[in-house]
Design a protein around this ligand. Structure first.
Ligand code: MG
Length: 395
């Protein structure tokens, strides 16, 4: 069988617990549980590796978990925080390939060029460590089944490949519970017929297997030999990235509009760069108190990701709109998105800027949006506060 892609499964280790331990270093090295209230039949959603040593697992009642490890620290889940960090991780993954299936908040399959899987896995893990300081395990193979199993063998915080030639040595000795669709009930049922390991399954007569698990027998047989035809369910490629602001009161002052455009452009530039994208088209959107909308669009021969260029373009579009105050909403959107690796070489000037941008972006990633900005944003932050302006982004 020939394969066109290497398939990676990236899975963050004890994700919620790892975020808590990263955000609060005092929790490092301690058994912590993210879960519901033990008095209200809460269950464990995630626990740190330190807590796992006490036999605590996801879905265990919190009450039971605290009996197993009375000194464990129980924390409530902070879903908005985890979602945000998850997006940051997915943004990093998108730099390496557009072919991604996001399985859950902390797990995604990636398809990359055949033969580049292990190297890509190393680069991804390096980036997630350096930029987000989170533990990540990656399984590398040629299909979903094997990369998922490789990932479970890699855990915690490591990379493992499981290639088809190693099925006999590495997959067959494992318990059948590692196969997709084999939950505790099916496992028990198969155990009764002496099928305990994947090897047992591989050599069990097909007809007899069908009598036990019905139509699922054919899939199980395939899996036991390391075959898996399931395709990645790719999300649609992101077509545009936009930022807009609706004002709580209509705005009459053009200077404020310019300041806001400056802020929106910085936000867009950052989001493009963090995804490894550049845009060929910029559009400006204006909404008026009577709810009519005006948009103006322009395109460049060369794609951009630079805050200043986005800002200059947006202000030019604004001036061409001949629009009169008051304004109710203003937004910028970027489309015609391209991966920057695919682009031609840049001019000398943009190369010079490119040395500073990654540093600024990294600082921002680490310390947040308001940690570092060009002088002009300070004024805007004060004005925004006074105007109680809130913004919205597409995602
Ligand atoms: Mg995980």
């Amino acid at each position: 069988m020939s394969y066109s892609y290497d398939i990676l499964l990236c899975d963050l280790d004890a994700f919620f617990a790892s975020v808590e331990q990263r955000d609060n270093p005092k929790l490092k090295g301690k058994p912590i549980i993210i879960g519901g209230d033990p008095d209200y039949r809460g269950v464990v959603s995630t626990c740190s590796y330190e807590a796992r040593q006490y036999g605590i697992r996801a879905a265990l009642p919190t009450k039971k978990a605290l009996q197993l490890c009375p000194k464990a620290l129980l924390l409530p889940a902070r879903m908005p925080r985890y979602k945000k960090v998850s997006l940051q991780v997915m943004d990093i993954l998108e730099r390496f390939t557009p072919d991604i299936e996001r399985v859950s908040i902390d797990e995604a399959y990636l398809a990359v060029k055949r033969g580049t899987g292990l190297e890509t896995a190393r680069r991804i893990r390096f980036a997630v460590k350096k930029e987000l300081n989170l533990p990540l395990s990656i399984g590398v193979s040629v299909n979903k089944l094997l990369s998922k199993i490789a990932c479970s063998l890699a855990k915690p915080d490591n990379i493992k490949a499981l290639w088809p030639h190693a099925v006999e040595k590495s997959l067959w000795p494992l318990s059948i519970g590692v196969l997709p669709g084999v939950g505790p009930v099916t496992e028990k049922k198969l155990n009764k017929f002496g099928i305990k390991t994947v090897a047992d399954l591989a050599f069990f007569p097909g007809d007899a297997l069908k009598n036990i698990v019905g139509n699922y027998a054919a899939d199980l047989k395939e899996y036991s030999w390391g075959y898996d035809n399931r395709k990645l369910e790719l999300k649609h490629k992101q077509k545009s990235i936009s930022e807009e602001i609706t004002f709580p009161r209509d705005i009459y002052d053009q200077e404020i509009i310019m300041d806001i455009l400056f802020d929106l452009a910085a936000e867009l530039g950052y989001r493009l760069r963090s995804k490894g994208l550049r845009a060929r088209t910029i559009a400006l959107k204006l909404k008026f108190p009577d709810l009519t909308i005006k948009t103006k669009t322009t395109s460049f021969p060369e794609a951009i990701d630079d805050d200043e260029k986005i800002y200059d373009t947006a202000t030019t579009l604004f001036n061409h709109c001949c629009s009169k105050p008051p304004w109710r909403l203003i937004g910028i959107s970027t489309s015609g998105l391209q991966k920057w690796e695919q682009l031609a070489l840049f001019s000398a000037e943009s190369q010079k800027k490119d040395k500073i941008k990654p540093v600024l972006d990294l600082l921002r990633q680490k310390y947040g949006k308001n940690a570092i900005f060009k002088g002009r944003r300070l004024l805007l932050l004060l004005k925004k506060d006074a105007l109680m302006i809130s913004s919205k982004q597409n995602k």
